[in-house]
Design a protein around this ligand. Structure first.
Ligand code: ADP
Length: 476
């Protein structure tokens, strides 16, 4: 972004421009514009014009040197007399309102006017030299300036100087004053507008920088909190796991009659302890996985994985659960499916989670279908099917389709957030922790794949997972 300079400097200059005394002629009107004014003035009236800044610097001038002046400057005393005239004219005190008439030893005159704007003196304008109408002969002061002056030359050259009546000069001076007023006014307006615009840009920039800094601080803080949360989750889960493994182990031994026979009621209770212990262990393992995935410390072994074998294993594992809920599991794996790159156990975990959800959220007697084929990342859409595109972009896509309760459109992004559940009320009928899909998403991301969710037709959900195909097959 443009560096607009320190704010205090800037505010000061704006104040000076609007109120203070530091307004400068050269800031209001650029030099070229002043030069143009002066030149056109000379072309119009034939009289030389010079504009000076308040500090005395010449800003613009027009009109060639007069022939008589050139002649006098070629003589040593004449040159000195010329210089003295110029010096006196320069030093002349000019009142704020009015003019100073400066007479040269040649009889020529200069009129000097202050350049005023808004009560401030910005410089001066010098009109001349010109010969007043009443000067008809070569004045004695000219001939006396240098003994070497040739009166004939003087008589020849002096009349070449522009001549003007006093009233005409007053009119010309008025015109000059009005022209300068107009130029200064519009210059001041432009300058103020520019400065105001810069001021507002600077202010917006400052506000934006403040907000960016605050956002950055908030972001850093959140990141730090997130890291602390992951560490905490990791530590707590780890500490819970060890005693829980003992609880499960001892309940197994009790149920197995290692310390004597149990009454039916005792056996039932031990069974519940064992079952709930396993549920708790699964939750803790999920928490550990999530914290490792979030902190990036999870180990993903990359190898070639045959998706068909993984899916068979998943279906075998979940068959009892599906049966208990009267849900039919169908599997359709395309023949000659290429192997994907990844960690077999982690990929199994992904599909175990998705299929477990599909069964959990299905209605009794419905079907959960798992199909696998070759697809491409561009194949976005809700249609179920596989499109084979050019080999280098291919992925293996697995879809898990159920005919269950479905997921409202507005919830489909959020279900991948940790602990998020569509129905999180205390009366919810489905058990679960809300961690499964967040682990799925992170694992699929870690494999360079992607997971999406669509609605199934006429009801239910479709989860799609795409995983990159191994190099061997890509080059084929
Ligand atoms: P949970 O342990 O609750 O299943 P998940 O992270 O696996 O946690 O899923 C998050 C939420 O997404 C679930 O609570 C449920 O609301 C919704 N969900 C996941 N899979 C399905 C599905 N197949 N059908 C309907 N809703 C689902």
């Amino acid at each position: 972004m443009t560096n607009l300079g320190p704010a205090h400097e800037w505010d000061r200059s704006l104040q000076e421009l609007t109120l203070g005394s530091h307004l400068r002629l050269e800031d209001l009107v650029d030099r070229d514009a002043l030069g143009e004014v002066v030149r056109s003035f000379h072309a119009l009236f034939g009289i030389a014009l010079r504009l000076f800044s308040a500090e005395g610097a010449l800003l613009a001038e027009s009109g060639a040197e007069q022939a008589i002046c050139r002649y006098l400057a070629s003589l040593s005393k004449g040159r000195i007399a010329c210089r003295q005239t110029v010096d006196r004219a320069r030093r002349a005190e000019i009142p704020d309102a009015g003019e100073v008439v400066h007479t040269c030893f040649t009889g020529a005159e200069y009129r000097i006017y202050p350049i005023m704007y808004d009560g401030r003196r910005l410089g001066k304008a010098v009109l001349g030299p010109f010969l007043p109408a009443e000067v008809t002969a070569v004045p004695a002061s000219l001939l006396e300036a240098d003994a070497a002056i040739d009166p004939m030359q003087a008589r020849l050259l002096l009349p070449r100087m522009p001549r003007a009546k006093a009233e005409t000069m007053t009119l010309i001076a008025d015109h000059l004053k009005r022209t300068l007023d107009l130029i200064l006014f519009s210059g001041h307006k432009t300058l103020l507008t520019t400065q105001m615009h810069l001021a507002s840009v600077r202010e917006s920039y400052r506000e934006l920088s403040d907000k960016t800094n605050k956002l950055q601080e908030a972001y850093d803080r959140l990141k730090e909190l997130d890291r602390l949360k992951s560490d905490f989750l990791g530590t707590v889960s780890h500490e819970l796991r060890t005693p829980l493994t003992s609880i499960i182990g001892y309940s197994e031994m009790l149920a197995g009659g290692m310390v004597g026979d149990l009454a039916p009621e005792q056996r039932e209770f031990i069974q519940i302890i064992h079952e709930k212990g396993n549920q708790l262990l699964a939750l803790i393992l999920d928490l550990l996985d999530l914290s490792k995935l979030e902190s990036g410390t999870i180990l993903i072994r990359k190898g070639s994985v045959a998706i068909g074998t993984v899916l068979e294993d998943v279906i075998q594992t979940l068959a009892p659960k599906a049966k208990a809920r009267s849900v039919r599991l169908d599997c359709d794996v395309a023949a000659d499916l290429p192997e994907v790159v990844g960690d077999k156990d982690r990929i199994r975990q992904v599909f175990l989670n998705l299929c477990d959800n599909a069964i959990k959220f299905s209605f009794e007697g419905s079907v959960v279908r798992i199909c696998a084929g070759v697809s491409s990342p561009e194949d976005v859409g809700e249609d179920v099917g596989f499109v084979v595109l050019e080999p280098s972009r291919r992925t293996v896509e697995v879809r898990v389709l159920d005919q269950g309760i479905g997921i409202p459109l507005a919830e489909r992004e959020r279900i991948f957030d940790p602990f998020y559940q569509v129905d999180s009320g205390s009366t919810r009928q489905y058990e679960g922790s809300g961690l499964g899909l967040s682990i799925v998403k992170r694992l699929v991301d870690a494999h360079g794949g992607r997971v999406r969710v669509f609605a199934n037709v006429p009801q239910g959900s479709v989860f799609s997972v795409e995983l990159p195909i191994g190099d061997k097959r890509r080059q084929a």
